[in-house]
Design a binder for this molecule. Structure first.
Ligand code: KDG
Length: 317
């Protein structure tokens, strides 16, 4: 049985070798990325039994992603390499302050061949948590939305908790599309892990009390709101907690920080930690991700976080 399973698209990420506008960048480093994939790697590094449902192109890039994810210890038994759909690409532009823009080449993502008929129901049922994000449904606004809707309904039927990070990518769909689709998922969601701007888009307010009220109406039992430099707040079982941000040593690349936060928070929930501890742990992971270039290279192993928490000593040399 897995602890957590996620369904998502992955891409070869081309990281610029210099900062500044992409039109002036002449070389890129080949890495990998994708919100759900980053989350899966983050969970696996923390020691959670993690499964990833996906499709990759039957090409060199697809093989590279598959082998890397398998090497991270993620269960890839529901990942297939398919003919006729090239593995997607994502070129990144990174500015001097660590902020970034992405340029997708993912119109014919191999994941568009995933259908509810190809979904292995046993894999879906045999997990404690199913994690979804707003990226995968936006990649194919008919098939993928239908697939996720089916998956979350099935998960709930079998007592699997559903967690959701809206991860709204306006390069993939409009605000209205994102709001309509994601709100239609919310009645099946138990754990909502959202950025404050995304909560505003979903609920029409950035007031924490009002967001909590909206979540209660949808039956969401666990809420974490990511507020960047202001840290995060959480609401679980009537308890409201604020957790200050953990300052990163140096911010070099902010992409993937939210996925790292999600992995940390889910880890905390699965350990039955108090909310404050889960939020702090998740904040630490977010801060570790932004200090390393790449969408998932900065995701820590459990031991790395324990060192940051002062719960474990590390002998440097
Ligand atoms: O959350 C980070 C991801 O979004 C990144 O790794 C790739 O832009 C990306 C996407 O759409 O998944």
């Amino acid at each position: 049985m897995n602890d957590v399973v996620t369904i998502g698209d992955a891409m070869i990420t081309l990281d610029p070798s210099s900062t500044g506008p992409m039109r002036f960048v002449s070389s890129f480093e080949r890495k990998i990325g994708g919100a759900e994939l980053n989350f899966a790697i983050g969970c696996a590094r923390l020691g959670l039994k993690t499964g990833w449902i996906s499709r990759l192109g039957n090409d060199e890039f697809g093989r590279h992603i598959f082998n890397t994810v398998r090497g991270e210890g993620v269960d890839v038994s529901e990942v297939e390499l398919v003919d006729g759909y090239p593995t997607s690409l994502n070129f990144k532009e990174i500015m001097g302050d660590g902020s970034s823009r992405t340029f997708y080449y993912r119109d014919r993502s191999p994941t568009t061949v995933l259908t509810k008929e190809t979904l292995n129901e046993d894999f879906l049922k045999n997990t404690k948590i199913l994690h979804i994000t707003g990226v995968f449904p936006a990649v194919d606004k008919t098939k993928n939305i239908e697939l996720i809707r089916h998956a979350i309904i099935e998960a709930k039927k079998h007592g699997v908790m559903v967690s959701c990070d809206p991860n709204i990518r306006l390069k993939l769909w409009s605000e209205d599309e994102a709001r309509d689709v994601l709100r239609s998922f919310l009645p099946y969601v138990d754990i909502l892990l959202t950025g404050i701007e995304e909560a505003d888009l979903l609920f029409g307010t950035s007031d924490t009390d009002e967001i909590i009220e909206h979540c209660k109406q949808f039956g969401i039992t666990h809420l974490a709101i990511k507020k960047g430099e202001e840290g995060s707040v959480g609401y679980v079982d009537g308890e409201y907690v604020e957790a200050p941000a953990v300052k990163a040593k140096k911010v070099v690349d902010t992409v993937g920080a939210g996925d790292g936060f999600d992995a940390g928070f889910i880890y905390g929930i699965l350990q039955n930690w108090p909310l404050k501890k889960a939020l702090h742990f998740a904040n630490i992971i977010g801060s570790m991700v932004v200090s390393v270039t790449g969408d998932n290279e900065g995701l820590p192993y459990l031991e790395d976080v324990l060192v940051q928490l002062g719960e474990k000593e590390r002998v440097e040399r």
